[in-house]
Design a protein around this ligand. Structure first.
Ligand code: SF4
Length: 212
């Protein structure tokens, strides 16, 4: 009888057919701090789709499973981001947020694209030529609250009860003034109001989390 190694008949690519690939991973640097109780701004950038996740602990990923990493970097998270980026494929990393907007040159060795300013259309934003690009906003999609547990939001609100869920809706972005200590005009130097329909949609989405 002819001996046949069993591994010869195994297609290793089919062992994990349900394993998710082509992930779009949203991350915030510094990593999410539940004690601060604020929803991460990257939720407004993440596109629709079931392959999209928000990673709270900034863990390492297998680059083969990931289409791109969307990384929001605040000034206090720059070192954490750079250490994480060294362990991942630079060509899959897209950075944005306050620090990359203010100092894009400092991210050239760590990211494929550096996005300046607000953005909610990541696909058209990334298609633009050059490594440093301006964020494109359409104001058509609500933040991806479905990827984040908003019950973790614990802003200090007078009369807030333990079981109350507190969150906020940004009805506008940017500011035309230039107070030295504030980064709002850095992200967007003019006041832009969101369309009323989008605000209503966001309210309706948040009402679905009502625990009463
Ligand atoms: S948002 Fe910032 S820049 Fe604008 S008025 Fe307030 S503190 Fe000043």
């Amino acid at each position: 009888m002819e001996h046949k190694n069993t591994w010869q008949t195994v297609d290793f690519t089919d062992i994990f057919p349900n394993r998710r690939r082509n992930l779009i991973v949203g991350m915030s640097f510094p990593r999410n701090d539940g004690n601060l109780g604020l929803e991460p701004s990257i939720l407004s950038v993440l596109p629709p789709g079931e392959n999209v996740i928000y990673c709270e602990d900034n863990r390492d990923f297998n680059d083969d499973d990931v289409m791109c990493y969307l990384c929001s970097v605040y000034i206090a998270g720059v070192e954490e981001f750079k250490e994480w980026a060294q362990r991942h494929d630079k060509n899959k990393i897209i950075v944005g947020g306050y620090h990359p907007t203010s100092f894009p040159e400092g991210f050239k060795n760590d990211a494929y694209k550096i996005v300046q300013g607000p953005c909610d259309n990541i696909y058209d934003t990334v298609k633009q030529p050059g490594q440093i690009v301006s964020g494109i906003s359409t104001y058509k999609n609500a933040p991806r609250y479905d990827l984040y547990d908003i019950t973790k939001n614990q802003q200090i609100i007078p009369d807030k009860q333990v079981d109350d869920i507190c969150t906020s809706i940004n009805t506008s972005i940017g500011c035309p003034y230039k107070c030295d200590f504030c980064c709002s005009p850095v992200m967007c130097p003019k006041l832009v109001s969101k369309p009323l329909e989008l605000v209503k949609n966001e309210v309706a989405i948040l009402q679905t989390y009502d625990r009463s």
